[in-house]
Design a protein around this ligand. Structure first.
Ligand code: HEC
Length: 130
């Protein structure tokens, strides 16, 4: 929770400077709230029923050696970035038939942008992901 508060403070400062770019870039503070939906299966630092998300940005799909991915995830050859996450998270089962991620997805494009902005910030932050 301390981490989230720090993140919120940083993002608030950035928002003032960023002004109208807000919608296009996504709002990581709101994204942190959307991420609550993922916590049933994921955490940033630990594998749960889903793989941990620390280091996710720029990581090839299915690349954690200690997580048992589906064959579908192993076969994608994707690297996680804004575009690939946007496509996957809209409807995981449709974007990647055979994935073990049994989740309906985040349908709202602004919510996805916010979530992805949060994931980018959090998963690359050395304070959060040691
Ligand atoms: C019902 C449990 C569940 C929920 C809820 C869930 N996931 Fe997943 N997630 C999984 C599982 C299981 C996998 C592994 C999928 C596979 O191997 O096919 C996965 C894989 C992933 C991957 C690929 C990671 C990698 O190492 O390649 C990403 C990214 C991801 N999830 C993001 C999310 C986000 C963001 C949310 C919230 C919007 C979310 N997931 C919600 C279970 C879940």
């Amino acid at each position: 929770m301390k981490h989230l508060a720090a993140l919120a403070a940083t993002a608030a400062t950035l928002t003032v400077g960023a002004g109208i770019c807000q919608a296009a870039n996504g709002d990581p503070v709101h994204g942190a709230q959307i991420y609550q939906r993922c916590l049933a299966c994921h955490s940033l630092e630990h594998n749960r029923s889903g793989p941990r998300h620390c280091g996710l940005f720029g990581r090839p799909a299915a690349s954690l050696p200690d997580f048992n991915y589906s064959r579908a995830m192993k076969a994608t050859g994707l690297t996680w970035d804004e575009a690939t996450l946007d496509q996957f998270l809209e409807n995981p089962l449709k974007a990647m038939p055979g994935t073990k991620m049994a989740y309906a997805g985040v349908k709202n494009p602004q919510e996805r942008a916010d979530l992805i902005a949060y994931l980018k910030k959090a998963t690359l932050d050395p304070e959060i992901c040691k």
